[in-house]
Design a protein around this ligand. Structure first.
Ligand SMILES: [Zn+2]
Length: 291
């Protein structure tokens, strides 16, 4: 599933191609992932892209519409969530159309924006300004912008497993399974440890690890673990730097122990049992000894 670095990489590609472009026409195939397909067909043609934003894992294409009668302008946005397998490319309309391509936007430079999504867990919606505020109000802080103090306040007070807190989009927006596991490994924290049990040193380490890993991953244009490609159709390279994610059974590059996998917070979690000691290991070991 594309997470913050992959969505940011797509956003950067779109920022090079889309601002100033007018959308001439909209063609839709399957529409079950679109909130209101008729609104897309009706409201997008004739609008001009003003900017591209990324909010967590959401892409927001801001658009300006000029009224045909009175010349008045109003703004609207196209929200895109790539779900599990969503891909956006900007390409010549003559290029072969891959299977599962469901949205085609014709642009005034002769190219076409195409949205392909094999599993269709993505989402598209046209939002007016008011709708945007409601839609995005529940999102947490941007992990690349959160300060060490805010991080401590949001994580250190919570009686929930740290893995669940990192994945919780109302705490921070944009972190998914890959970057949660990689950050916890770098910070040497077990995924099951409670947020409220983290020491201030651990909170500092984790804050640094989250931001460092996200920045490095953006630099390498994201991780291509399933279908992810950027707006030019290129794969990312950060998967080559993964230290624990989907590396169960392999050796930890820091200590040589075998990486394990366990379900934490309902998700497959990868960690090094040596570098990231389980929170209750000591209590359990003592119980065993007393028996
Ligand atoms: Zn290790």
């Amino acid at each position: 599933m594309p997470e913050l670095p992959e969505v940011e990489t797509v956003a950067r590609g779109l920022r090079l191609a889309l601002p100033g472009r007018r959308i001439l026409a909209v063609r839709l195939d399957k529409t079950d992932f679109i909130d209101d397909p008729a609104a897309m067909e009706l409201r997008l043609p004739g609008t001009t892209v003003s900017r591209i934003r990324r909010l967590g894992k959401n892409l927001v294409v801001d658009l300006v519409a000029t009224g045909a009668d009175d010349g008045a302008t109003n703004t609207l946005s196209l929200l895109i969530h790539l779900g599990m397998t969503g891909q956006i490319v900007i390409i010549s309309p003559d290029a072969p159309v891959p299977k599962h391509t469901h949205v085609f936007l014709s642009l005034d430079d002769g190219r076409e924006l195409r949205y392909t999504d094999v599993r269709r867990f993505g989402r598209m919606a046209i939002l007016s300004n008011g709708e945007q505020e409601r839609e995005l109000a529940g999102l947490g802080l941007e992990p690349l912008e959160i300060s060490a103090e805010e991080f401590r306040a949001r994580i250190g007070s919570r009686k929930a497993q740290i893995k669940a807190l990192l994945l919780d989009q109302s705490v921070m927006r944009g972190i998914g399974n890959i970057y949660a596991d990689e950050s916890l490994w770098r910070a040497k924290i077990h995924p099951k440890k409670m947020g409220s049990k983290l020491t201030s040193e651990e909170l500092k380490r984790l804050h640094r690890a989250v931001q460092g890993i996200l920045r490095e991953a953006i630099q390498l244009r994201g991780s291509s673990v399933s279908d992810y490609v950027d707006a030019d159709g290129q794969k990312g390279n950060f998967q080559l730097r993964h230290r624990v994610y989907q590396r169960d059974g392999k050796k930890c590059s820091r200590c040589g122990s075998v990486i394990r996998r366990a379900i934490v917070a309902g998700r497959s979690s990868h960690f090094c049992p040596q570098c990231q000691p389980a929170p209750k290991a000591r209590a359990k070991a003592e119980k065993m000894r007393r028996r």
